[in-house]
Design a protein around this ligand. Sequence first.
Ligand SMILES: Nc1ncnc2c1ncn2[C@@H]1O[C@H](COP(=O)(O)OP(=O)(O)O)[C@@H](O)[C@H]1O
Ligand code: SF4
Ligand SMILES: [Mg+2]
Length: 380
Amino acid sequence: MSDDDVSASDNGDDTRNDLRNDTRDTPLLSVRGLVKHFPVKRGVVISRVAGQVRAVDDVSFDIARGETLALVGESGCGKSTTGRLILRLIAPTAGAVRFKGQDIAHLPDEPMRAMRRHLQIIFQDPYASLNPRMTVGDILAEPMAVHGLGSEAERADRVRELLAVVGLLPEHARRYPHQFSGGQRQRVGIARALTVRPELIVCDEAVSALDVSIQAQVVNLLQDLQKRFGLSYLFIAHDLAVVKHIADRVAVMYLGKLVEIADKAGLYARPLHPYTQALLSAIPRPQPGLQRQRILLPGDVPSAMNPPEGCRFHTRCAHAQDRCRREEPALRDAAPGHSVACHFFETLPRPEEAVAAPGGGQSRFALRLAAYEAARGRGA
Ligand SMILES: Nc1ncnc2c1ncn2[C@@H]1O[C@H](COP(=O)(O)OP(=O)(O)O)[C@@H](O)[C@H]1O
Ligand code: SF4
Ligand SMILES: [Mg+2]
C-alpha cells in the first residue's frame, strides 16, 4: 500500500510541526504519576460526594516507538481508565501524559483535537462502537473528514485501501456493521483506527470477545500492521496467553497501581510479585504434560473506594507481614528493565516449578499457541 496517497492537509493540524521536532530517544508515550479518582455521589434530593473510586493511583510507564506494552490485571483494576486517560477521553485527577515529550493531559481543547489523530483506540466490542446506521464506507471516511484529511474522492480511495489492509473486500464498504461476523467487525474497528494514520493505538480488550482462532488472526493482523506502519500499542488484556504472543513488555496492575513491569521474557520466566505469580500460575505451561502449581488467591479484590492501607495486595498475599499492612511498597528496580512493588521480593520463595499435569495431554495454552501459529501459517 502506498502510505502517502491521502496527505494530511495541515488544516487544523497545528501539532504536526511540534511533533516533527521530537528526538528519537524520547519515548513515544510517557505516563508519569497518573491518577484518576471518580467521585461517588449519594442522595437523591441533595446529592453529596460520599467517596472516591481510586481507579488509577500514581501509575507511570513509557512506550517506545514500535513497541507493544501489555497492561494486564483482573477486571476493575483500572486498565480501561488508564487507556481512556492516555487518549484524554477523560481528564486526569493528577499526573502527566506526554506524547513525544508534549504533555497532553493539560493541552487546551483545540490542539488536543488535532493531537487525537495520533492516538486511537480499538474497543472490545466493535459492534457497540460502530454506528449501526452507517455503512462501513461512511464509518471509515468520517474520521478523515473530521480531521480534514484529503478530498472526498481521496477519502473513498483510502477507504478501499484500508479495507484491503485489514483483509476485507472493496464491496464491504457498502455494508452495515450487522452484516459482518465478530472478527470482521473488529477488522472494521482496526481500519477505522488506521484512517487517520495514528502512531499509538490503545487496544482495550480488542480480541477478548473473539473465538480463539479468530483472536489469533486479529492478533496476527495487529502485529503485521505494527511492522508495516511502525505502530505502538498499549494492549490491554486479561488473557496472559494472548499477551505472551503480542507483548514486548508487560505491566501488571492491581487495584489502580502497577505492581510489576518487565520485558516479556523476564516477566514470564521470573515473575517477582506474588500477584503476577498467581496470575501466571493460572495459565498452563506450553510444554505438553507440564503445568505450574496453581496459586489460588484468597478473598475478593477489595473495593477501589477503600483500598487496603500499605500494600494494596496484603489482604490476599500469602507472604504479607506487618510492614506490608503499614507501608506502601514503591516500584523498585529488580533487574535491568524489571521493576516490582513488593517490600520482600528479594527473599520471597520462588513459586513451585512446573509439575506433571494429571493425565498429561496438551494444555489449553499449548493449544492456543498452536492455533496462533496455524493462523499465521495460513497468512491470516
Ligand atoms: N465513570 C466512572 N465512574 C465511577 N467509577 C468508575 C468509572 N469508570 C470506572 N470506574 C471504576 O474504576 C475502577 C476501574 O475500572 P476500569 O478502568 O474499567 O477497570 P478494568 O478496565 O481494569 O476492568 C472500577 O472500580 C470501576 O468501577
Ligand atoms: S509488599 Fe508484602 S503484601 Fe505486598 S506483595 Fe510484597 S509481601 Fe505481599
Ligand atoms: Mg476494561
